[in-house]
Design a binder for this molecule. Structure first.
Ligand SMILES: NC(=O)c1ccc[n+]([C@@H]2O[C@H](COP(=O)([O-])OP(=O)(O)OC[C@H]3O[C@@H](n4cnc5c(N)ncnc54)[C@H](O)[C@@H]3O)[C@@H](O)[C@H]2O)c1
Length: 307
């Protein structure tokens, strides 16, 4: 099979780093873009088939990347990901998440891109009435972050109709894996807890610990991506990418404690209104259309991640 040339935006972040390594391992070329807003230089792969541009996705210099490389596939991940930061700085979040994607569309419209894949989020659903959540329920995001992802999906649909480039939005549920080191106060809950458990510090659980999430190990994302790339999808699509396995926060905390072989008491704090109480993906669409099947459940993922 002809090797692909990927453009991965947000390549210095958690998902970007893992997907870059995945495709480099398959012999593809990866062109990465990041401005290190939340990503870090240590996440950039050292590989002769990896080329890096330190650039903002809103920059008017994006065009240069397409002049330098014959990009065949795009994986757009760059975004302001933290829900609290999006609430604190909505204009900044909208500029990065919404205008950033539109800026990419403005430069790729005339290029020979086979697939445009981008990160949406389970946050588009808001407080779902019924679990597991399927793609066709009404989108009612309760956070600025979720709203920006809904806008992304609308732009992708319009762009796909106009440019006839297949657009595939991935509504990721709670992903974990990769480097467990914490980069900032707004890191995802799992690395924060692991750090607290290992260092005998207080781990905070918001609410009573009965909130649930679909925690999805990063290798399942690589698996989903492979399914997408091997299918000649046309048109515009969105897929839930999760495991369809619901885990309470309390249960997750206990699993992390078991693997770390330490059992501190968590500190409970009041629930935050921009957080979703229950979330779990219905993955039937990705299963039926793409043959996606998550191979690693939350418990196996935690062991692979931390042991
Ligand atoms: N990790 C999850 O559980 C999860 C869940 C749902 C959706 N997502 C989505 O997946 C994508 C990747 O998430 P992640 O967990 O890897 O987050 P991350 O913060 O680790 O990575 C995001 C990357 O984007 C870069 N970035 C931010 N603003 C930029 C800009 N203006 N220009 C260039 N680069 C910029 C950051 O520096 C960072 O490297 C995001 O779009 C996120 O919304 C992630």
């Amino acid at each position: 099979m002809a090797k692909r040339t990927w453009l991965i935006t947000g390549v210095a972040g958690f998902v970007g780093n893992n997907m870059a390594l995945h495709y480099l391992q398959q012999g593809d070329t990866v062109v990465g873009l990041d401005n290190f807003y939340s990503g870090s230089k240590e996440n950039l792969p050292a590989n002769t088939n990896f080329h890096f541009y330190e650039l903002d996705i809103c920059s008017d210099m994006l065009e240069g990347i397409f002049q330098d490389h014959s990009i065949t596939h795009i994986l757009h991940l760059a975004a302001v990901v933290s829900v609290p930061i999006c609430e604190e700085r909505p204009e900044f979040a909208r500029k990065t998440n919404i205008e950033g994607l539109e800026n990419i569309f403005s430069v790729i419209s005339k290029k020979a891109i086979k697939q445009f894949i981008y990160a949406s989020s389970s946050a588009v659903y808001g407080a779902a009435k019924q679990l597991p959540i399927s793609e066709d329920v009404e989108l009612k995001p309760i956070s600025v972050y979720g709203q920006t992802k809904v806008e992304n999906e609308k732009s992708a649909e319009a762009f796909c109709n106009e440019a006839s480039i297949p657009c595939i939005g991935l509504r990721f549920f709670n992903l974990f894996g990769g480097n467990p080191a914490i980069k900032n106060d707004y890191a995802a809950v799992m690395p924060i807890w692991v750090n607290a458990i290992k260092n005998d510090q207080a781990a905070v659980i918001y609410g009573k610990g009965d909130a649930t999430r679909d925690f999805c190990y990063i290798d399942n994302v690589a698996n989903a991506m492979d399914c997408i790339v091997s299918h000649d999808l046309t048109g515009n699509h969105v897929f839930n990418i999760g495991t369809q396995q619901e885990t309470t926060l309390k249960n997750l905390f206990e699993m992390l404690c078991d693997v770390c072989e330490k059992h501190p008491e968590p500190e409970y704090k009041p629930w935050r209104d921009t957080d979703i109480l229950h979330s779990c993906a219905d993955i039937s669409k990705a299963k039926n259309l793409l043959g996606y099947q998550p191979k690693i459940n939350v418990e196996q993922g935690i062991k692979k991640w931390l042991i």
